[in-house]
Design a protein around this ligand. Structure first.
Ligand code: PMP
Length: 287
């Protein structure tokens, strides 16, 4: 099926959508993005994603090409016309297309930001078989830039990390800086020890996951103990459980790190419970 996508104010068939070769997203990775999941045809935590988008734009001094109310309408319209029941909506805003390549930012009065949205249809997303088996991960050095709290489209190193994982025969990689785990290539990382959920504190070193925020809130509401602090790979290998969170994997158990089995080597009860709560509450609050 040909998707309908949204480009700079227009709904178009995907094969008719065009972006300039001078777009700074293309030339400079000068852009930010969001991925919002869809369950039962409804957007999950749209408000959280819209708020983080505004923050990313602000941090980069980039103008928003659309109001957040209109953005919600575009998301909903794409979900509707593309008949998405389970899947994702991808959104990207870049600093637009000046008439030539230049390192300096263009004048926003002359060069408006570009905006692109498209849907990804993923039937069975919530019932992913991987959640029953759990992910195996390797650790790799975190050599990304220092503003990982901004959700930019500079995803080359995370892509390379996924390829390193693939080559090692595992599912993903956890990145390590100064001996401490920062996050997964496209998710936040957690361990569970003696009933306490441990995940790195927020800062410039990691992305403030929208799923992380919701999961920590649900964990606290369920009287689970949460500690926001960094941890090492050795501590993770010695944990009772591990898991990752993201908008597209929700809560995904991790059962092996650098060849060492975590706990029993099967998805743990805390990750399982959090996945259940997250899916249930998110479905209820979907819009
Ligand atoms: N960290 C990184 C580096 C990511 O790319 C992502 C997902 N885009 C996350 C964390 C998780 O964020 P969210 O829960 O908002 O999907």
């Amino acid at each position: 099926m040909t998707r309908t996508v949204y480009v700079n104010g227009e709904y178009l068939p995907e094969n008719e959508a065009k972006i300039s070769i001078f777009d700074r997203g293309f030339l400079m990775a000068d852009g930010v993005y969001e991925v919002t999941s869809v369950l039962d045809g409804k957007l999950i935590d749209f408000a959280g994603h819209a708020k983080r988008l505004e923050r990313s734009l602000n941090e980069l001094d980039m103008a928003s090409p659309i109001s957040m109310d209109d953005l919600l309408e575009v998301h909903r319209e794409l979900v509707r016309v593309n008949e998405i029941n389970e899947g994702m909506v991808y959104l990207q805003v870049t600093r637009g297309a000046p008439d030539d390549r230049d390192f300096a930012f263009p004048d926003p009065e002359v060069t408006p930001s570009s905006i692109v949205l498209f849907t990804q249809n993923k039937p069975g997303l919530a019932d992913a078989p991987a959640a029953k088996k759990g992910f195996k991960v390797i650790s790799i050095e975190d050599i990304r830039w220092g503003r990982r709290d901004i959700k930019t489209v500079q995803l080359l190193y995370p892509s390379m990390g996924k390829m390193m994982a693939k080559k090692a025969g595992v599912d993903d990689a956890w990145m390590v800086e100064d001996g401490k785990v920062t996050e997964g290539t496209s998710n936040n990382a957690y361990i569970v020890k003696d009933g306490t959920i441990i995940t790195r504190h927020l800062g410039n070193e990691i992305l403030a996951g929208i799923t992380r925020n919701a999961v920590l809130r649900f964990a606290k509401e369920a009287q689970m103990k949460v500690e926001e602090r960094s941890f090492t790979i050795a501590e993770a290998q010695d944990a009772d459980e591990a898991f990752v969170t993201s908008a597209s994997t929700f809560v995904m158990p991790v059962v092996e790190i650098d060849g060492a089995q975590i706990g029993t080597g099967a998805p743990g009860p805390v990750a399982g419970r959090l996945r259940e709560i997250y899916l249930e509450e998110s479905r209820k609050a979907g819009i």
